[in-house]
Design a protein around this ligand. Sequence first.
Ligand SMILES: CC(C)(COP(=O)(O)OP(=O)(O)OC[C@H]1O[C@@H](n2cnc3c(N)ncnc32)[C@H](O)[C@@H]1OP(=O)(O)O)[C@@H](O)C(=O)NCCC(=O)NCCS
Length: 260
Amino acid sequence: MKNIDMNPYQPYRKMGLSCELREIKEKRVIWPLINQIDPNNPNFRLRTVTRNDLEEVAELWRASYPEVYGSVHEWILDPQEYEKRVAFAENWKEHSVTRPNAMFVGEDLQAGKIVMSSIYTKWNRNLHVEASFIAIHPDARKGKIASSIWSNLASFYKWLEESGAEYVTVFCETWHNITQYIWFKRLGWKIAGIFPGNFTRWAGGNNEYRGCTIHFYRLINDGIRYTNQPEEWSLIPEVKELWDCLEKINAKSTEEGLKE
Ligand SMILES: CC(C)(COP(=O)(O)OP(=O)(O)OC[C@H]1O[C@@H](n2cnc3c(N)ncnc32)[C@H](O)[C@@H]1OP(=O)(O)O)[C@@H](O)C(=O)NCCC(=O)NCCS
C-alpha cells in the first residue's frame, strides 16, 4: 500500500451504506497447491503444473484453444511466456503468493498424458480470481475422463475459498454453450453480462474477428458483507430494468455439480 495522504480529499458521495465497511489493509490471494487423485476414478489426477509439463501443456492449449492466437491471451500457446507468469509446484511457497496465474492440469494416469488444463488469474488487492481458461484435449472429451474433470473442478472451487479470494469470475466463449451451462447450472455462478466483441479471436489462417463472451461471478468468503447493494446504486431506468431482469434469470442458477 502506498503512503498517500488522502486527508484533503473525499469520495463523490457517501457510499457503502448498504453493507459493512472495513479498514484498508494489505490483501492477498494465495493459490492452493493441488494434487489429488479422483476418489471415483483412480486413473485421473488433478494437480498443479510443474516446469516439466510446459511443452505438453502448451501443445494442449494449441490443440484445444487455438482461438486465442493473435489476442491478449495468446501467451498460453507459448511455454516461454509461462516462466514469468505461472506458479509452479516446485516453487510453491513463493509462487503461490507472487505469480498472477495458476495452472491446474488433469492427468490420465493410464495413458500418462495431460488431458485437461485450466488457468486462473488473480488480483491480490481486489481479492479476485478469474477462471480464465479451461480446455480438455479433443481426444478426451465427453468420456469418463471428462466427467472426472468436471467433478474435480467443482471440488477445486471449494478449495478456492481457502485462498482468501472473495470475488470469483469467469468469462465463457460463445462458440458453444457448454461452459455457460456448467458455471450457471452446476457451479451456481450468476450472470454479470454479455460482452459482444470483447476479445479478438482467431478464425483460422491469418484471420480474426471480435468474439462475444458471457461473464459470470460469485461472491465467496466474506465478499458479500462488503458488497454494496442495489438500493445505493445510481442507475438510469433502462439499466435498472436490466438489473431486475438479470436478477430474475440469476434466480435460476443452480449448484447441481456441487452436491456430494
Ligand atoms: C469446453 C470443453 C472443456 C467442454 O468439454 P466437453 O467434454 O466437450 O463437454 P461436454 O459436451 O461433455 O459437456 C460437459 C457436461 O455438461 C453438459 N452440458 C453441456 N452443455 C449443456 C447444455 N447446454 N445443456 C445441458 N447440458 C449441458 C453435458 O451434457 C455434459 O454432462 P454429462 O457428462 O453429465 O453428459 C471442451 O469442449 C473444450 O476444451 N473446448 C475447447 C476450449 C473451450 O472452448 N474452452 C472453454 C471456453 S469458455
